[in-house]
Design a protein around this ligand. Structure first.
Ligand SMILES: Cc1cc2nc3c(=O)[nH]c(=O)nc-3n(C[C@H](O)[C@H](O)[C@H](O)COP(=O)(O)OP(=O)(O)OC[C@H]3O[C@@H](n4cnc5c(N)ncnc54)[C@H](O)[C@@H]3O)c2cc1C
Length: 302
């Protein structure tokens, strides 16, 4: 028989994790329960449900950015005017997850801790330098999302650590961002390839900072610094984007599976990166000078 507990505070939850080794936390259950029903993994002998811990469902805006409680749903992120305007790539990603029911039930914390290489929120969180707050009975620590993700289904969190919140810093002023996913249909799908981009475009139309991260083409979502470096100080336009996309495709290590072959994924990486950069640049230039506005209107640098 499965042991089940539904604590009301984070302190109670981490104490249960300490005293019941082998327990698993359950948030929305859209990964854990669906995998068990599908025969992929049996349910653990002890479940700790998090849904009664109100603190984990809160969002707090602070000077440095936003702290999203682990139980923040994809539906909340998708609808939040603040996230849509400041961290557009994250809102794009949450809006694509599953169906309205999946987004209402599935949580940001569950998406990260499930650690699928195809998770949609991973790449946006990487381009924004997000960190997570992990808590266990004897204290808490902060870890970057880049250091949290260790491989397919694996994180660097200890089994008795609870993800409490995801902290996302404000991007620099003038930054636009986007997440683009290639999939066979537009709902109830998992990424074949995904890319997040965050670009700051200066008033003269040149790129001041660039971040690119990729989904479903390596054991974890990953940033591609070599591709980012090719964009700095260049006009935000198709030539620079194509070069950066080519460099991104050079570093991927995709697998072949039912959704696509490794070769197809590698080829599509460049396509998806160009689309993400183009959308990010269009969003970035909304409040910059005439060079930027020309790009926003035509998709090309004049
Ligand atoms: C029909 C369907 C469509 C889907 N489509 C997509 C999609 O398009 N893109 C996508 O990325 N995902 C998709 N998913 C997967 C899933 O919905 C997401 O990954 C979701 O965010 C998982 O959140 P959850 O709260 O349901 O996680 P749960 O299933 O509750 O937990 C997932 C894992 O995280 C652990 N966990 C949960 N919360 C915490 C915490 N606070 N601290 C520590 N560990 C924790 C659990 O122990 C478990 O190992 C889909 C799922 C379904 C069923």
């Amino acid at each position: 028989m499965i042991r089940y507990a539904a604590p009301r505070t984070t302190a109670e939850a981490v104490d249960l994790l300490r005293t019941r080794p082998g327990s698993r936390m359950i948030a929305g259950g859209t990964d854990l329960v669906v995998a068990a029903r599908g025969g992929k993994h049996p349910l653990p002998e002890s479940l700790i449900a998090l849904h009664r811990i109100t603190e984990l469902g809160r969002q707090r805006e602070a000077d440095a950015g936003i702290a999203l409680g682990a139980l923040t749903s994809h539906a909340w992120i998708e609808r939040s005017p603040l996230v849509r305007s400041r961290w557009s790539a994250l809102a794009d990603a949450s809006a694509m997850i599953g169906s309205p029911a999946t987004r209402a039930t599935g949580t940001l914390g569950g998406n990260l801790m499930n650690a699928s290489p195809a998770m949609d929120t991973g790449s946006p969180l990487l381009v924004f330098d997000a960190t997570v707050e992990l808590q266990r009975a004897d204290g808490s620590r902060s870890v970057s999302v880049a250091d949290l993700l260790a491989g397919p289904g694996r994180t660097t969190a200890a089994p008795d650590e609870l993800l409490r919140a995801v902290r996302v810093p404000y991007p620099a002023p003038g930054t636009g961002s986007a997440y683009v996913r290639l999939d066979h249909r537009q709902a109830m799908e998992i990424a074949i390839v995904g890319a997040a981009a965050a670009l700051a475009v200066r008033g003269d139309g040149l790129i001041g900072s660039a971040r690119i991260a990729l989904t479903a083409v390596a054991p974890t979502c990953l940033r591609v610094p070599a591709a980012e470096a090719l964009l700095l100080g260049r006009p935000a336009g198709t030539d620079a984007f194509a070069e950066a996309a080519g460099a991104a495709a050079d570093v991927v290590q995709p697998i072949s599976d039912v959704r696509g072959s490794a070769d197809y994924r590698r080829a599509m990486t460049s396509v998806v990166v160009v689309r993400a950069l183009t959308r990010a640049a269009q969003r970035a230039v909304a409040d910059t000078g005439p060079a930027g506005r020309a790009f926003a209107e035509t998709g090309r640098n004049q």
